[in-house]
Structures are given as structure tokens and as C-alpha cells.
Write a protein that binds this ligand. Sequence first.
Ligand code: PGA
Length: 253
Amino acid sequence: MVPRKPLIAGNWKMFKTGPEAEATARGLADLVGQNTSVDIMIAPPFTALSQVASALEASPISLGAQNLYWETEGAYTGEISPGMLKAAGCTYAIIGHSERRQYFGESDEGVNRKTKAALQMGLKPVVCIGETESEREADKTFSVLDKQVRLGLEGLPLCAPEDIVVAYEPVWAIGTGKTASKDQAQEAHAFIREQVEKALGTELAAGIRILYGGSVKPDNVSELMAMPDIDGALVGGASLKPEIFAEIINFGA
Ligand code: PGA
């Protein structure tokens, strides 16, 4: 099997001004040093991208965006294109986060267009999927994940496994302190990998990284990362403080 290098990603959501984000990124870069045993990414708000990019110049930490629009340019007030993100120093772009789906009406079709646009621009999409609490209670977890993978990853251009990332984030575990148990997460990840295989083929499915997200903390990251189909973490709240996020990054140490 293709070895999958873990990816630990921080989603800063709508937190931190430019100077605050820059200071946090510098603090994290100092703590992480030249650690390259895992890939690391942080996604600050758009307004902080350039400051964080300069803070990370000498660091192996990559920069990510929290969203993008699929057009290359045009009259789309308030939107940001993949090319703009690339020029701002981004390597990754989070797409279809549950907060975007919930508050901004993002659909699987939109996620698909954004994912394609990111890949075409050479950005690595981190495609977020996950069921809500009521969907889990109604035994719909697998049908929801199946649909999100099928529609979200449909007809992608040819790419290498390291160029696309999927993040499983059960909506009921985001920012709630409730984490999926390691077995619940592994079950979902294994299922997602099977659906990725149907959508993108065996080689991609074997090599693609599937991150877990939802209340990841220093004290639960190791047991999650020990599961065979969990290849990293997408961390919200616990990525905002450099010392705590560095502990998560160093989970194996
Ligand atoms: P959380 O957020 O770690 O604060 O639960 C995760 C996410 O939304 O990506």
C-alpha cells in the first residue's frame, strides 16, 4: 500500500485579525521548527493570508484557504478565486466545510465545482463531508457520506493521491467537545475510502488522505491517529493556540 503521510490541518475559521494571525503563525513555526514527519497546514481568514504567508516563509508549515469561488475572475462581489489564493501563497483550500453548507447554503454540486477549480489551479482541496446528529440518529450516516463523496468528487481531473484530501467531520462533533469514538471514526473512514475507490479508482483511494475533524485535542489525537484509515486531523478550536496545536502536531512524539 502507498504510505500516507499524515496531515495535521488547522482551520482558524473567523478568528484572528492579520496581526493576531501573524503572531500565532510565528509562534507555531517556532514550536514546530523543521519537523517534517507530518505535513502541517493552517487556514487563517482571507484577510490574514499575506501576513501568515510571510510568517511561514522559513517554515515547513503550508498555508491554506477556508473557501474559494470556482470562477477565475469576474463580477462576483465578495468572492475569491483559486488563482488569487495561489498567488497569496496557498497550497491547500478547505472546501465544503459543514459551516459553509449550514450557513451559506453550499451544495454537493457547488463543492464539486470548487474542488475541480482548486485542482485546476494546482491547489490541494480538502473536501469536507460528514453527517448531522439527526442523520446519524436516523441511521443515515452511510447514505449521507456516500452521496457527499459521489457528488463532491464526481468527474475530477486526473490527479495524484497527495493532491486531494477528504476530511470526515461529523457535524455533531464540531466545536461541541463530543468526539466520535475511534471506532466510530474508523468505521466512517473505511466506508469513505470505499466510496472514494468507486469515484476515483483503487490507486487514488489507497493513497488519498482522509482526515478526521471534530473536537480533536492533544488528549484524543493519538488514539484517532492510530486507526488504519485515519490519516490526519482537521482541527478548529484547538488550532488557535500555538502550544496546543503543536502538541497535536507532535502526537507521535
Ligand atoms: P473543532 O472544529 O476542532 O473546533 O471541533 C473542527 C472543524 O470545524 O474543522
